[in-house]
Design a protein around this ligand. Sequence first.
Ligand code: S3P
Length: 440
Amino acid sequence: MRRFYLQPGGALNGEISVPGDKSVSHRAVMLSAIAHGRSRITGFLESADCLATLHAFEAMGVSFTRDGAALVVDGVGRDGLQAPATALDLGNSGTSMRLMSGLMAGQRFDSRLVGDASLSRRPMARVIEPLTRMGAHIEGQEGGRAPLSIHGSQRLQGIDYTPPVASAQIKSCVLLAGLYAQGITRVTEPGISRDHTERMLSAFGVRIEHEARTLSITGGQTLEAADVAVPADLSSAAFFIVGATIAQSSEIVLPGVGINPTRRGVIDILVRMGADIRLYDERIQAGEPVADIVVRSAALTGVDIGGAEVELAIDEFPAIFVAAACAEGTTRLTGAAELRVKESDRIAVMADGLRQLGVEVEVADDGLTIVGRGAATAFGGARIACHDDHRIAMAFAMAALRAHAPIEIDDCDFVDTSFPGFVDLAAVAGLQIQASEVSV
Ligand code: S3P
């Protein structure tokens, strides 16, 4: 087991290049694999999650090679995937499993999608249900969990679908199955969710219509190879944005970070709390908005967070909670029950860790109230369990910048699912962090 050791205090400074966006990297592999021709992906995130997707397509006959900084994908076309010899192991990755279940439902061969203990606990009925309505044949485990056995050669039919929760993974799953379905598949979103799939399908030549909250895709369309430049991941940058905000005498530059409007809630929430975050050179890179982000230390004030804002920052709440714990006044999050079914129960696990640091926290079914300790007060030391959740580990690592005693964090192996190289990058920026392997 990897354990992080953090000495208290310090500041973050300098230019920090965080790795590529996880959501965009997954989609780039999936779409280029089923496109005709050769695609080049730059900035691909070589994390455990994205490599799980890549290896799954390799097992279905897609060739991936490196050319300098680019990942070169020889797409096999919409109907060119081969039956994999074994189950497709998607590790810890919910995005791989949910998006690929849509793709696999449209194939002429059977497949089995498996994952690790955390992924096998996460809800999959949310994709099994619409896919079954389209005519797919999927067997999950008790309570709609993975492993999923997907029977090929089913005739899929387009449906009109409104997911029960705003979820890019459900939306993307249904749209990808819609590529293989007869007629038109429509997804009406109950709220805003990240739109990388729609943007990238368009870049690969697929017509996808967007009217109000409804997306429509006509089945039978083919994809043409395209080049994808993956932006730096705002979800990874978020830890440094919070770190530089809460630590004194900090100033960091984060170049080329994705600021897609369906993802940038963390920036807007932190700015509302008083953070000094500035965006420079806003531009479009391969269909995605990016900017260079400059963050300086700032004093924060607690805020209420809820409604539409929640989905726009859904993966950043562990970091936002640490910021809230450093703010003056109380922060209340509501309408965020989805946090309970992420890589861990992020409401319960963050509440436990914050309490260990001496923070007053009240838990609700759909959120959390955090009584900020204010500008002057530092956290106590603690040994925190992150329950195999990468984002919990990185959020608490940043808390050390405001601690007065060392913090230890257990179960940090999973940081590699989204952010390989986190420890080295954070150490260069000024976090006093060390990682070591300990036997359990
Ligand atoms: C993701 C969508 C989000 C997010 C996850 C990545 C994606 O999940 O939490 O980390 O790449 O589509 P939901 O769409 O289920 O909210």
